[in-house]
Design a protein around this ligand. Structure first.
Ligand code: CP
Length: 307
């Protein structure tokens, strides 16, 4: 197989395990390119890509832009905070105006779940979901699984605990789909109030004790408390959350094995993760960020092939 099964990347739910393997193999090649003195290839020389971000981002936005530039695409960046969205322009009008400037692909982050799916039904360009509300963040899950594969040799058969605010996390859902498609066992761990009610129907193990989760897993992917999405109080205070669910070095020292620590960023240091773990030899957090560029190059390159 040398082509993806879809012309968009809307979510991991919609792609196959063969698609994921193809993305990984392509990313392996681009990672090799990124380690050369000249990091640029002409693969997308005639393609124009618009990065349209309706929500804040550091890693995803920069990583897509770098990936596009490394592939020699023409790039335009749109941020809703200083755009005509502030004057009342709709999503579809905004995007159609951008597309009328002969844009081929759209990378979009939006706070509404399903916004990229809506776009994909209404416009001709390839769409890449860079995070839609609390729904999916497919390229994050791909770079996370790619980083596990790089560190542990394979994803199949590995035990991955996703710890923290699962309820508000698009990273959690995309990771669950991606890891399961690749044959990993997945556990979710957090306080009852931060786990969706029927999460077990996705075939994940549910745990509320973080020390038990750490003892079970090979990899702990620790998620941020997303206060910006919380309209009510889900726990008494950040101090209390940190006391019961914050991961620190003392907890890792009690384990009889080494585990891999991941975090998609941005980290709330001292809340869900202490610096003595985030900056330790257990952590592959900055490798995740590095791999994000190769993964996004692979996704864009492959989608350009099914235009
Ligand atoms: N991991 C992630 O999506 O980070 P940003 O919000 O900074 O893009």
């Amino acid at each position: 197989m040398s082509q993806l099964s879809s012309r968009h990347l809307l979510g991991i739910k919609d792609i196959t395990s063969d698609d994921i393997q193809l993305i990984f193999e392509t990313a392996d090649n681009f990672k090799e390119v990124l380690n050369r003195p000249i990091k640029k290839v002409p693969s997308l020389r005639d393609i124009t890509i618009a990065n349209i971000f309706f929500e804040n981002s550091t890693r995803t936005k920069l990583s897509f832009e770098l990936a596009e530039k490394r592939l020699s695409a023409d790039v335009v960046n749109f941020s809703s905070s200083n755009s005509s969205v502030k004057k009342g322009e709709t999503l579809i009008d905004t995007v159609n105006n951008i597309l009328s400037m002969k844009v081929d692909m759209v990378v979009m982050r939006h706070s509404s779940p399903g916004a990229p799916h809506f776009l994909s039904r209404n416009i001709k360009a390839n769409i890449v979901n860079a995070g839609d509300g609390t729904h999916e963040h497919p390229t994050q899950a791909l770079l996370d699984a790619f980083s596990i594969r790089e560190k542990l040799g394979d994803v199949a058969g590995k035990k991955v605990a996703i710890i923290g605010d699962i309820l508000h996390s698009r990273v959690a859902l995309s990771n669950i789909f991606c890891l399961q498609k690749l044959g990993a066992e997945v556990m979710v761990c957090g306080p009852v109030t931060l786990l969706p009610k029927h999460i077990d129907s996705l075939g994940v193990i549910v745990e509320h004790d973080v020390q038990c989760a750490l003892a079970w897993c090979d990899v702990a992917n620790i998620l941020r408390i997303q206060l910006e999405r919380q309209q009510i109080k889900y726990f008494p205070s950040l101090r209390e959350y940190s006391l019961y669910y914050g991961v620190n070095k003392k907890m890792l020292d009690t384990l009889d094995k080494e585990i891999v620590i991941m975090h998609p960023g941005p980290i709330n240091r001292g809340v869900e993760l202490n610096s003595d773990v985030a900056d330790s030899e257990h952590s592959i957090i900055l490798h995740q960020v590095e791999n994000g560029v190769a993964i996004r190059m692979a996704v864009l390159y492959l989608l350009a092939g099914v235009r």
